[in-house]
Design a binder for this molecule. Sequence first.
Ligand code: ZN
Length: 221
Amino acid sequence: MKAQEEFNGEEKRMLDLLGKGLSRDFPNPQRVGCPDSALLRRIALRTVPLSEADRWLTHFSSCSPCFQEFTQFRKQAVERRRTQVWLAAAAVIIFAVAGWLWVHTRPAVQTSATVVLDLRERSLARGENPKGAKEGDLEIPRTARHLIVDLPIGSKEGSYDLALLNEAGDEVLRATGTATLEDHVVILRADIDIRNLSPGFYFVGLRQLGPEWSRYPTRVI
Ligand SMILES: [Zn+2]
């Protein structure tokens, strides 16, 4: 870092001299004691150690042709670095815009609008006051709009009431649907809207005849 600063200081001193006519005041048509062009270029691009560059910088300050070449290479180097900075900035902007577009133009997530509940192997909630959620309870996301319920073995086809009951057993949502036999399974389809329901523990209630709900522990998520 320190070496770089010294180098910059030296360069500044030399460029200051440019204003004082250095580029003309030390003609050296024979190029006596000059580095070859490749070395001069590497010095200008700062790819040689300062210890080596140092004596050449001293030479440049008393050799107009070298000084002119040196300043030319420096200008190119600065120009190129400026271009690289611009390209890097442009790349950052492109990635930012692409990222924004990716986030904001994706179609809204529809994946859980239809939820399948398989009650074929489910056991009914027992007792008046079953305790909260358990591992393996049914799950219904609040984004669900359509339920497809595989009814327990032996269920009849026909019209059903479907409800969501809270933990106390009160109805919070009611829907009706028709169950039909499809490929040896009685399937009930019903539309629901539970966007406004709080997540938590509920029961899915089903009944075909009579006032009693068959209740299945469920988590609304
Ligand atoms: Zn020279």
